[in-house]
Design a protein around this ligand. Structure first.
Ligand code: NAD
Ligand code: ZN
Length: 336
């Protein structure tokens, strides 16, 4: 729900208890003072905190604080904070309730919706995790005022995915956005509308397929290559949204070259990526084999086939099983 996130509103919602806000140091620096009377567990920003060590420290802190099943965790941050907090909430004493307050665009439209939580094991992304829903998700677009432009663009990559893959009417709204903007006020309505539409799409798809076996795979448009790119570069070079943009652009280019996607649809999509300066190329050819190797290891690969998601026309995605060796050949890579 759309709400102004204040200490007063939180306390009203939660009632008395040993509640704990989990946040990262950047969000703490901007917004910590909004919650002067609430206990906060502050983690280092970035993927590095989705680790067993941070998880262990958080659980130890909850124990020390004497939290029990009636007490809430509150995730205040981006996807990293949300994934870690959700996982801690789902496992501490076999589950305590948690509220998710996403502060990045990506977390608002993607990671806070759908119930996936998790932490990494080294470079193995989300190797440990659970399906666990927060009791509430609080949406406050005001947090985006302080979000770095690059992180904003990363969230836009996911919004572009919803627009081109599920709801082409959103395309005009994206085209109408001012970018880059200094202040959000002229854009606020467009952005809020796009976020609400994106969440509705994800909720609908997830509701129909909670455990990720059928249609939910369409939400993974661009993600097979995207995850491999993130992993290959050690989660440092590209943000999640940037890597997914490259993955989508690759699939779109292929579909267009094979005559499955019209030139005009292809150009519309590319113009959206370009507007936000999102990368669209596997720019360093030498690295393609490394990326392909990570695709090979991807946990979503079933037997000898890989499920690729392709755009047939704007608003229509198809799940197409492709022989793994063909997929790798198409990347122009010889793994032998
Ligand atoms: P993030 O949580 O690392 O946040 C990005 C950066 O923005 C961080 O430096 C953070 O400190 C900063 N930040 C956050 N809010 C801010 C604000 N309001 N103002 C200023 N700075 C702010 O990254 P993310 O892109 O939000 O999330 C990425 C993570 O989400 C990845 O670990 C990914 O695996 C996960 N993810 C999970 C799901 C899911 O379904 N659970 C889906 C997609 C991605
Ligand atoms: Zn994603």
């Amino acid at each position: 729900m759309t709400i102004e996130v204040t200490q007063e509103n939180l306390i009203k919602r939660l009632g008395p208890g040993r509640h704990l806000i989990v946040t990262d140091a950047n969000v703490e620096a901007y917004y910590g003072k909004r919650f002067p009377g609430m206990d906060r567990f502050v983690i280092a920003p970035g993927e590095v905190s989705k680790s067993i060590e941070t998880y262990e420290r958080l659980i130890a802190y909850m124990q020390e604080k004497g939290m029990t099943r009636g007490d809430y965790l509150i995730a205040l941050g981006g996807g990293v904070v949300g994934d870690l907090t959700g996982f801690a909430a789902s496992t501490y004493m076999r589950g305590v309730p948690y509220i998710n307050i996403p502060t990045t665009l990506l977390a608002m439209v993607d990671s806070s919706v759908g119930g996936k939580t998790g932490i990494n094991m080294g470079n193995a992304k989300n190797a440990i995790g659970s399906f666990y829903n927060p009791t509430d998700i609080w949406l406050d677009v005001g947090f985006l005022e302080t979000l770095p432009k690059r992180e904003f663009a990363s969230g836009m990559a996911e919004i572009i995915k919803y627009a081109i893959g599920f709801d082409p009417e959103m395309i005009q709204q994206i085209q109408a956005m001012d970018w880059p903007f200094d202040e959000m006020k002229n854009n606020r309505e467009h952005i809020e509308a796009l976020i609400i539409k994106s969440i509705a799409i994800k909720e609908k798809v997830v509701e129909d397929d909670f455990r990720d076996s059928g249609n939910r795979q369409k939400l993974n448009f661009g993600h097979t290559l995207g995850h491999a790119i993130e992993a290959y570069y050690g989660f440092k070079t590209y943000t999640h949204g940037e890597a997914v943009a490259i993955g989508m652009a690759y699939q779109l280019k292929q579909a267009n070259q094979l005559g499955r996607l019209s030139d005009s649809a292809y150009e519309t999509c590319m113009a959206l990526f370009n507007k936000f300066n999102l990368p669209v190329d596997l720019r360093v050819p030498d690295h393609i084999c490394g990326v392909a190797w990570h695709v090979a290891k991807d946990k979503k690969r079933k037997a000898t086939h890989i499920h690729t998601i392709q755009l047939e026309k704007l608003g229509q995605l198809q799940i197409i099983p492709v022989d793994f060796t063909v997929f790798i050949d198409n990347l122009g890579c010889d793994l032998k």
